[in-house]
Design a protein around this ligand. Structure first.
Ligand code: UDP
Length: 639
């Protein structure tokens, strides 16, 4: 590692987490690298692929190192653990196809289970659509028996994954999706609350526009599946829509009330936070490669729609490190970080070793070269800028930031296409220069505020694509950043608001329950700047510690109260509107939870689901405070 590179500055807590999660260890379990050496290892191994593009590896590695060591950008955790190690698997998430077949096809149920287990061992999470599996009780010709059905096989998967620890330090995260018109959907909706519940999967119902309209109009809803006894079914591996196209008849298993089914889903989420909803048509309207596949599933946390065998390497710009002295966004620095980060992620596509035993993974990755650049610390930037998360102004602010990042990421992706070539599957995609159907993204509401953002010229992007194509079929994703935001020292994860301004965190320390107290540094700074003396500050913090929020603290100046909102201070509608405002500029998707206060009604949750669909969100996850028994992070009053 070059001696003149700067060291990273980390809090004690961040350094401890990083050491535990990311440092390479020798045979005795002791770290064999320092924190700075870890960053250099990652920077160097990603930059190494620049060799094949005739670039100076060391120079590029230095630039990647500076980007990470300044905490301006972190890739997802698997890149830290995998780069330059024998594992070499760098992506956080994958989607695998499951065909209605025990194993004859490479995408058969048990082939895919095997592929998924191999991916899990490398620290990658998996998403699956179970929608192509025939309903339980349907005929199985070869054995003249009755089919297990998607939920039965989901249990098989769940059990298998329970036994496979993920990449040593990372536990298996999985997503199961079932379409809302699948005959077994009602069993699926409740499968996590019944006995022998599924514990290694998040579950989401794949919702169609037709279903949402049927709910609005209080219509009947058909649960259907292709006729499995039809001769054409044996070689059919398509979606429900494709069955109709090839003339394979659909059999209606039952008719239900759309509203009652919707109510069932909402009720479960209200009690349990699950199932979530994934809006299939919204996702497919923006599918960049519709000539390759229809999108049917996402990764475990829902922010990444992927085709069969695709992965996405995620990375997040830390907005907390892009704040000017006066608290406003440092746009120029955001632009620079975006450019380097985009190049970094494009290099990761080549540097990733994937899982050699599942060759389809590399093939799919290189075909579309998807990257997922996002953010963390949005809430930090909003605290500093004095903008209330959730307010109309806050929605616009978030949209302006994301639009700016997406714009510069696309420009860089076009420059990379010019130098290295467009993604191989560009022909027939929405970015095909010979038939460009991609349209520049637009804000949900016309902008009304000026936060000093430099001008954006989307026409330059259109012209660039027409001339050079684009290097990456998808560019933007906002990840949960569960680990990296902690290491980077952000107060707000991903695009989420801050959870609590002060709280007690329970940490399991070798079986002992350790209680760590936390107080928001940004809040403390605002109190100091407002001239509030130390004694009063302590009083304020003591009060905030009880509730997590400062909204009831009388001694606070109004401007501070208005800015320093936490998740529970924001209404569900505001949460949804924030999500939709950002979604407009994110071509993949984003990880966001719609928080409800304890006591929220099922109707309120239903309204949020409907609003999310109407505003063009690609999915929705809700959480009603207190509805799940185990809460890791809790404020003092609920502890
Ligand atoms: N993920 C996983 N297991 C985990 C955490 C995350 O498989 O324990 C996957 C999952 O697909 C998730 C993605 O990694 O959507 C990104 O998660 P996050 O941003 O929290 O990861 P980080 O990079 O912060 O570790």
């Amino acid at each position: 590692m070059p001696a003149d590179l700067p060291s990273i500055e980390l809090t004690e807590n961040s350094a401890a987490i990083l050491t535990r999660r990311y440092l390479r260890r020798g045979d005795e379990g002791k770290p064999i690298e320092t924190i700075d050496e870890m960053f250099w290892r990652v920077a160097y191994h990603i930059a190494k692929v620049e060799e094949s593009y005739q670039q100076d590896v060391i120079e590029q590695a230095r630039s990647f190192y500076r980007l990470m060591a300044s905490r301006c950008f972190f890739p997802n955790s698997p890149t830290f653990t995998g780069a330059g190690t024998p594992l070499g698997q760098l992506a956080a998430c994958f989607v695998l196809p499951i065909a209605d077949d025990m194993g004859r096809e490479s995408t058969g149920i048990f082939q895919t289970l095997r592929d998924a287990a191999l991916i899990q061992q490398t620290g990658g999470g998996n998403g699956f659509s179970f929608s192509r599996l025939r309903p339980s009780g349907a005929m199985v010709k070869s054995s003249a028996g009755k089919a297990t059905g998607p939920v039965g096989f989901l249990r098989v998967y769940d059990h298998a994954f329970g036994e496979v620890a993920q990449g040593g330090s990372r536990r298996g995260a999985n997503m199961a999706v079932l379409r809302v018109d699948h005959p077994d959907v009602e069993e699926f909706v409740t499968c996590k609350t019944v006995e022998g519940a599924i514990s290694n999967f998040n579950i989401s119902v794949g919702i169609t526009d037709a279903f949402m309209r049927a709910v609005q109009n209080d219509e009947e809803w058909e649960l259907r599946f292709p006729d499995v006894l039809h001769p054409a079914y044996r070689n059919f591996h398509g979606t429900l829509e494709e069955a109709e196209k090839v003339g394979l008849p659909l059999r209606t298993y039952s008719r239900v009330s759309a509203r009652e089914l919707f109510q069932k889903i909402v009720q479960q989420s209200h009690h349990n936070g699950e199932p979530g909803m994934l809006f299939l048509d919204a996702a497919n309207r923006q599918n960049p490669v519709p000539h390759l596949y229809t999108l049917e599933a996402t990764n475990p946390c829902g922010e990444q729609w992927l085709g069969p065998y695709e992965n996405c390497c995620l990375g997040s710009i830390n907005l907390n490190q892009h704040i000017l002295e006066d608290g406003s966004p440092d746009w120029e620095k955001i632009r620079e970080s975006t450019i380097t980060a985009t190049r970094f992620l494009d290099d990761v596509v080549d540097a990733n070793a994937y899982v050699p035993a599942v060759p389809q993974l590399r093939e799919a990755a290189l075909r579309a070269r998807r990257i997922g650049l996002g953010i963390m610390g949005l809430a930090d930037l909003m605290y500093a800028s004095g903008i209330r998360y959730g307010s109309p102004e806050g929605q616009e602010f978030a949209a302006q930031v994301i639009e700016f990042i997406r714009y510069h990421s696309m420009l860089e992706s076009i420059r990379l296409a010019e130098a290295r070539g467009a993604f191989p599957a560009i022909q027939g995609s929405i970015y095909d220069p010979a038939n460009l159907t991609w349209q520049p993204p637009q804000p949900l509401q016309p902008y009304q505020n000026d936060w000093g953002r430099p001008e954006i010229d989307w026409d330059a992007v259109t012209q660039g694509i027409l001339r050079h194509g684009i290097r990456n079929a998808a560019q933007a994703t906002i990840a949960p950043t569960g680990t990296i935001a902690t290491v980077a020292g952000c107060e707000g994860y991903g695009c989420e608001p801050v959870f609590a301004l002060a709280y007690i965190r329970h940490v399991n320390d070798n079986g002992r329950d350790l209680q760590l107290t936390y107080a928001s540094p940004a809040f403390e700074k605002a109190l100091v700047n407002a001239g509030i003396d130390a004694e009063t500050r302590q009083e304020i913090f003591n009060q905030v510690m009880q509730e997590g929020t400062c909204q009831h603290v009388e001694k606070l100046p109004e401007a501070i109260r208005n800015t320093f909102v936490v998740s529970a201070d924001i209404t569900a509608e505001e949460h949804v509107r924030m999500q939709a405002a950002m979604q407009a500029f994110v071509d993949n998707s984003l990880s966001k939870t719609i928080n409800f206060p304890a006591g929220a009604t099922v109707e309120e949750v239903a309204t949020a689901y409907m609003l999310a669909w109407e505003l063009g969100c690609k999915g929705i996850t809700v959480y009603v405070t207190g509805s799940r028994e185990q809460v890791v992070l809790e404020t003092h009053s609920t502890a």
